[in-house]
Design a protein around this ligand. Structure first.
Ligand SMILES: Cc1ncc(COP(=O)(O)O)c(C=O)c1O
Length: 477
């Protein structure tokens, strides 16, 4: 494709994206395809000849769009928001269009230095001190794997430089709660600790936050057994109910024992742009590493996961490689992000943040976050006040966990499996209809529905419509 062909096709594609975003509210929220349907609509073998751009665009509409669950849809209340602001989409296009290669400062100084500046802007915007230094990973999952490797290497005194964990005499242990995102357990496994050495610490039965006394006790027991406590993962906004582990109390315990503290604020990091929310991660300055995703609620398109550490020399000692073919005269004066994480080659992700912050402006972003917090409060109040409806967990941010508990034939509140069947029944009816989408989770062994508010286009009117839909669907049993 020549630049001229690209110009023509590119303009058509931008028009297509703009039209798509304009009509998104008319599309069903959940993908309306059966398993295998998209694959079956595609040729089994690759095309022998080049195609027309118009034919490809037509197939985007015909084959691909029906297989997309519309997370940018204003009636999407599932998982967590995965906003993709159009300003950041432009940054993504600029990044792809330049086709840069980030393998060293020399391979693209702008990539490295814009990333440094964006991480620092985001640090300032979330009220963190200048002791933190950041990089942009693809996801919070990768950030957590990196954090767990750092914890492992600190506790095992850089065992990677010798026989690795295989030569460490005692098991290294990690502490979190059952509320922590599944990526935490995965990171613990992948970093070589093993599942047997991951402790799920008791939670408060209502807030689902880690109980610091229970953490202290578990660490004492491990020490008495000759184990080496290596890492604590603190969830600030855990996935199920946005539970907030008490960072400050946990940090005190971590520092008493020299344990690595990683704060996973994948979702709630966006809230820290708001000064009035920062009490939720009070104590964060004492952590060793911290990750959050502007690609969630804040809305800088995937993949934009911020990862901050305080001890950069240690990070580099663990992650650096210095092959001869990558050495340059600038070494020693510049940041080499390949020494800050797992991959060598990196995309020019910082452009997405740069475009987003400059084109949308921080004031508008903050106003939107506050709107969502207000909508969640309003929604939780409606649910709590309605007969037979329950709000099952605190609502520190924009996610509300709810259940409808009607009476059975004998006038008793539905319970057990009958209640689960009812919950999944009304949720399934709404999701299948395409009118709105929510995701379930399990609390105390029973299904509940999470209503996660925060899509860029979701206004109070959409939340009101959702509440009507819920009451209608739940009444249909
Ligand atoms: C609290 C929390 N941590 C980590 C993750 C993983 O995020 P990512 O998809 O960026 O790996 C999620 C995803 O929703 C999450 O909610």
């Amino acid at each position: 494709m020549t630049p001229e062909d690209f110009r023509k096709a590119g303009h058509a594609l931008i028009d297509w994206i703009a039209d798509y975003r304009q009509r998104i509210a008319e599309l069903p929220v959940r993908a309306q395809v059966e398993p295998g349907e998209v694959r079956a609509a595609l040729p089994a073998a690759p095309p022998a000849e080049a195609d027309q751009f118009s034919a490809l665009l037509a197939d985007l509409d015909r084959v691909i769009v029906p297989g997309v669950t519309q997370v940018q849809h204003p009636m999407h209340f599932g998982w967590f928001p995965a906003n993709a602001s159009l300003a950041s989409v432009l940054g993504d296009i600029a990044s792809s269009g330049m086709g840069t290669l980030g393998i060293s400062w020399e391979s693209c100084p702008s990539l490295t230095e814009l990333e440094e500046v964006m991480c620092d802007w985001m640090r300032q915007l979330t009220g963190l001190s200048d002791a933190w230094h950041g990089t942009i990973h693809d996801t919070a999952s990768t950030a957590c794997v990196t954090a767990m490797i750092l914890a492992r290497e600190r506790a095992s005194r850089l065992s990677k430089n010798g026989a690795g964990l295989q030569a460490v005499a005692a098991p290294l242990t990690v502490y979190s709660t059952a509320q922590a995102h599944s990526s935490i357990a995965k990171a613990v496994q992948l970093a070589g600790f093993g599942n047997d050495n991951l402790r799920f610490i008791e939670e408060d039965p209502y807030t689902r936050a880690m109980q610091p006394q229970a953490l202290a006790l578990a660490i004492e027991q491990d020490l008495a057994a000759g184990h080496i406590p290596a890492a604590i993962v603190c969830s600030v906004g855990a996935t199920g109910t946005t539970a907030m582990d008490p960072v400050e109390a946990i940090a005190t315990i971590a520092s008493r024992h020299g344990i690595w503290l990683h704060v996973d604020a994948a979702m709630a990091g966006s809230a820290m742009l708001l000064p009035e929310c920062r009490h939720l991660w009070q104590g964060v300055e004492q952590a060793d590493s911290l990750a959050w995703n502007p690609h969630k609620w804040m809305g800088t398109i995937l993949d934009t996961a911020l990862f901050y550490v305080r001890d950069v020399p240690f990070l580099e000692r663990v992650m650096s490689t210095n092959p001869a073919y990558l050495r340059s005269a600038a070494d020693g004066q510049v940041t080499q992000y390949r020494d800050w994480g797992i991959p060598l080659g990196r995309r020019f992700r910082a452009l997405k943040l740069w475009f987003h912050l400059r084109l949308d402006g921080i004031e508008a972003i903050l106003a939107r976050l506050r709107r969502d917090l207000e909508n969640a409060r309003w929604f939780a109040e409606q649910v709590a006040a309605a007969p037979d409806w329950e709000v099952l967990a605190p609502v520190p941010l924009q996610t509300v966990c709810i259940r409808h508990v009607p009476k059975d034939a004998l006038g008793k509140p539905l319970a057990g499996e009958a209640l689960d069947k009812h919950t999944l029944g009304w949720l399934g009816r709404i999701n299948t209809s395409g009118a709105a989408f929510m995701s379930p989770t399990v609390l105390d062994g029973r299904w509940v529905v999470r209503v996660s508010i925060g899509v860029e286009d979701t206004t109070r009117e959409h939340v009101e419509r959702l509440w009507e839909l819920l009451q209608l669907a739940a009444g249909q049993d």
